[in-house]
Design a protein around this ligand. Structure first.
Ligand code: 13P
Ligand code: ZN
Length: 276
């Protein structure tokens, strides 16, 4: 059967759209940021010959838990601003091979490009999220400017950081009731940072990397993007609020409890003072 044009695949279009938006928001300077999107074989099959492996790519860690799974991922060292004009050079579709340590490249990553250097964090985070939500498909990393700045000025305590974000916009508690996790500063691209991120991903879909950026997860591109966008907006408001002067009023825990009841969500236990 004749294959359809891969550039018309909905997930390729979504990747182009999101990387372009992330670039325009200024969160992905140069090659900053990476996105991975779990695909079903049925979504890939109409577009690509699944037996036509372009190249075998070795990995620095064992991803046996994902063997046989398909992903579209951004390339390492690739600029998000260029994805739209050259999708096949800046992204690729890969399958985790039987040995768990090799990737079968099925499309893209032209000119010997390789998947993002953050693949350990992505794959380990996918495994964590899938263990708590089998519908999770997206892991997204970027250098969201105000969140990044806040890791210099705000204490890096998960409860305190989460509470500050919740207080900055009424929607925050509703969008990420589980809060935001924070790992220690670690060298990017390593298994160590992957393990630390993935551990946090079992509890929260947002994980902050101090002096670096943020990770977000979601069932859809919109969910992962919207999650980071909402936390980043809160961080932006925090930046303005700090610049404007002393805070005269804020969202109280009583307000936040009312919100939680109105929207039927459960805030991270212990992050709000007990209800009166
Ligand atoms: P890659 O270009 O390898 O995806 O790395 C970008 C980045 O943000 C590293 O943390
Ligand atoms: Zn980064």
């Amino acid at each position: 059967m004749k294959k359809l044009d891969i550039l018309s695949a909905p997930y390729v279009e979504e990747m182009i759209e999101v990387t372009s938006n992330l670039y325009r928001l200024g969160w992905d300077e140069r090659n900053g940021g990476n996105v991975s999107y779990l695909l079903d074989e049925k979504e890939v099959e109409p577009f690509l010959d699944l037996n036509d492996v372009q190249r075998k790519i070795p990995m620095i860690f064992d991803a046996s838990g994902l063997k046989g799974r398909y992903f579209i991922v951004t390339g390492s060292g690739k600029y998000f601003k260029n994805v739209q004009k050259a999708p096949s050079e800046n992204m690729g579709i890969i399958r985790i091979a039987e040995d768990g340590k090799t990737l079968d490249l099925l499309w893209g990553l032209e000119n010997d490009a390789v998947p993002t250097s953050e693949l350990p964090s992505h794959f380990m985070s996918h495994l964590s999220r899938l263990s708590v939500n089998p519908k999770n498909r997206i892991i997204m990393h970027n250098h969201a400017s105000h969140l990044l700045a806040m890791t210099f000025t705000h204490e890096l305590d998960e409860r305190a950081f989460t509470r500050t974000l919740w207080q900055m916009c009424t929607e925050c508690l509703v969008v990420f009731p589980e809060g935001i996790s924070i790992i220690p500063w670690l060298v990017p691209g390593t298994n160590e940072i992957g393990i630390a991120t993935a551990e946090k991903m079992k509890e929260t879909r947002l994980v902050l990397w101090p002096q670096h950026g943020v990770y977000g997860a979601g069932e859809t591109m919109d969910e992962a993007f919207g999650l980071i966008e909402t936390a980043e907006k809160a961080a932006q408001v925090f930046t303005y609020v700090k610049a404007q002067g002393p805070i005269l009023q804020t969202l109280t825990d009583e307000n936040l409890w009312k919100l939680a009841h109105a929207f039927g969500i459960t805030p991270h236990p212990g992050y709000l003072e007990d209800e009166k």
